[in-house]
Design a protein around this ligand. Structure first.
Ligand SMILES: [Zn+2]
Ligand SMILES: [Zn+2]
Ligand SMILES: [Zn+2]
Length: 113
């Protein structure tokens, strides 16, 4: 009750989460949680996946050819596949992001709508 600003921000966040069930962490770039709940020790650039800077400081963010999706790249390593990862981690063309969106869409209960 003392921290009015914080209560207001929390309220906004809840509203946003309700509005969009799709969440992507701006810190570790993984899905399903927000930066405020992130347990990752490192933060990554959503453009080139570097852990040395954030997107706002990315020296190559205007060069599309340097894009590297952290989620697709680690998926490739984990499953030993060679899916395209030359896109930003928050790109609509990211297959991991699309798969996550589909999973959420399939969970939505339309009966209450
Ligand atoms: Zn995170
Ligand atoms: Zn970068
Ligand atoms: Zn991707």
């Amino acid at each position: 009750m003392m921290e009015m600003g914080r209560v207001y921000i929390d309220h906004q966040r809840i509203h946003l989460e309700k509005f969009s069930p799709f969440l992507q962490c701006h810190k570790c770039l993984q899905f399903g949680h927000m930066k405020t709940r992130c347990t990752s020790q490192e933060s990554f650039c959503s453009h080139c996946a570097s852990n040395e800077h954030q997107l706002s400081d990315c020296p190559v963010k205007n060069n599309r050819n340097t894009a590297k999706c952290r989620n697709c790249h680690s998926h490739n390593t984990k499953f030993n596949v060679k899916a395209d990862f030359k896109h930003p981690a928050n790109s609509d063309s990211c297959p991991r992001l699309r798969a996550m969106r589909d999973r959420i869409a399939n969970k939505v209960d339309y009966r209450s709508a």
